[in-house]
Structures are given as C-alpha cells and as structure tokens.
Design a protein around this ligand. Sequence first.
Ligand code: ADP
Ligand code: MG
Length: 240
Amino acid sequence: MIKVEKLYKSFGKLDVLKDISTEIQKGEVVAIIGPSGSGKSTFLRCMNLLEMPTSGQIYIDGTDITAGKADISKIRQNVGMVFQHFHLFPHMTVLENMTYAPIKVKGMSKETARAKGLELLKRVGLEGKADVYPTKLSGGQKQRVAIARSLAMEPEALLFDEPTSALDPEMVKEVLDVMKSLATTGITMAIVTHEMGFAREVADRILFLDEGRLLEDRTPDEFFNHPESDRAKQFLQKML
Ligand code: ADP
Ligand code: MG
C-alpha cells in the first residue's frame, strides 16, 4: 500500500533521512524503532506529506505523492496520523472533535458523522464521553479519542508517532490495547514506538532506523533474536 523508494530528507545542511526504501503492504502493522533523533518522526511525517521529501518517491496505492500535483488533503484523509500529544481541539466536545473533519472535509451529513462517531467511541471504550470536553479526560482517554477521531475519516492507513510516550505508565496499556485490537481489523499501521513488548507482539515487521538510515527491515522474531547490525544490538541491549 505504501512504497518508499530512495527517500532522502534534509533540513538545511542536516541530512535526516538517507536512502530509505521499503514497502508496507495493505493491512500490515509495522513498528518503527530506533534512537532519539534517528529520523523516525520525519520518516512518518513524509508518508502523509507533513514533511516534503528532499528526493525519492513515496507511492500510496500506486500514486506518487511526491510528484508535485498530489492532493495533500486527500492523502491526509487516506493516511491519518496520531501524535504523541493528542492534538484534540480543546474548545470542542469529544464528539465534535470526531465529527468536525468528516463533516467539513468529507462532506458527511451531521447525522451520519454523529452515528459513526458514537460507534467509534464505543470501539475505544469511551461511549459515555461524547459530550465531555477534552480537559476532563485523562491522557489515556484523550489518546483513545484521538485514535477514534482519526478512524472517523475512514483512512486506509494510520501513522502513530509515539502514541504512548506522553502518558503516565498506568495509561499506556489502555491505549496499546486499542491499537492491538485495531491491528486485527485490516487497517495498515505504521507505529513509532519505544514499547518493545508491544512491537514484538503486534507488529508484522520492524523497521530500525539509526542516523537516518534504515538498518533493519525484518520480522520481530528475526529482529529481536538475531539483529544484524551492531547498532541494533546496542540499541536492544539498552532497551530490553
Ligand atoms: P526521531 O523522531 O527519531 O527522534 P526526528 O525525525 O524527530 O527523530 O529528528 C531527526 C533529526 O532531524 C533531529 O536531529 C532533529 O533535530 C532534526 N529535525 C527534525 N525536524 C526538523 C525540522 N523541522 N527542522 C530542522 N531539523 C529538524
Ligand atoms: Mg520522534
């Protein structure tokens, strides 16, 4: 579903991504791991054009989104993003957060958007919170709303950038559980995470980035048991 070919990204003189090529199949769950500053967020952000690649191609369903005339709004509808810090609209209720873009951007009717929103809230275990404002929610609840809000756009793929890194430890599991159940629905997922247990259990594939290079692209079993690069070995020794 997503094909990345010789992707490079620089910020000024800083080369952040170097020659990254990989493919993510439809329905696949890919965990992106690596040290801080290795380019994980930048890589993720290139996949829905929150960052424009310096060179190389990214194809979504066969369409080159780096070609210039790509419809960015349409790409972001199809490839959603969940951030570390939730990014909920504070002045809207939970349900308004969820129905805003489907109505405005997708032209969904208010009734359909509300019905769909309520159904998604149920799916993330927050059916009672539709009319509450985000400030009244815990971090874990906010992130579950953010996930449900992304799903309301009916994306083909969802990108997660450290979705549990800003959460108190006791709230990490409720978010990972939602993501785990999502992973079984056939949606394509790319997840930047430091949760090694989760990556090992849920991901179909691990991408390991180090200093902007994709050093490993393999199954969790291969990656965790037999990492090839010294960098990955060192990283795992620190993490596990
Ligand atoms: P990671 O998510 O793996 O921690 P990032 O992709 O956030 O890494 O960052 C990789 C490198 O790119 C870092 O050195 C960071 O400072 C730099 N960087 C990221 N975004 C920008 C930006 N918008 N402008 C300049 N430098 C950036
Ligand atoms: Mg990051």
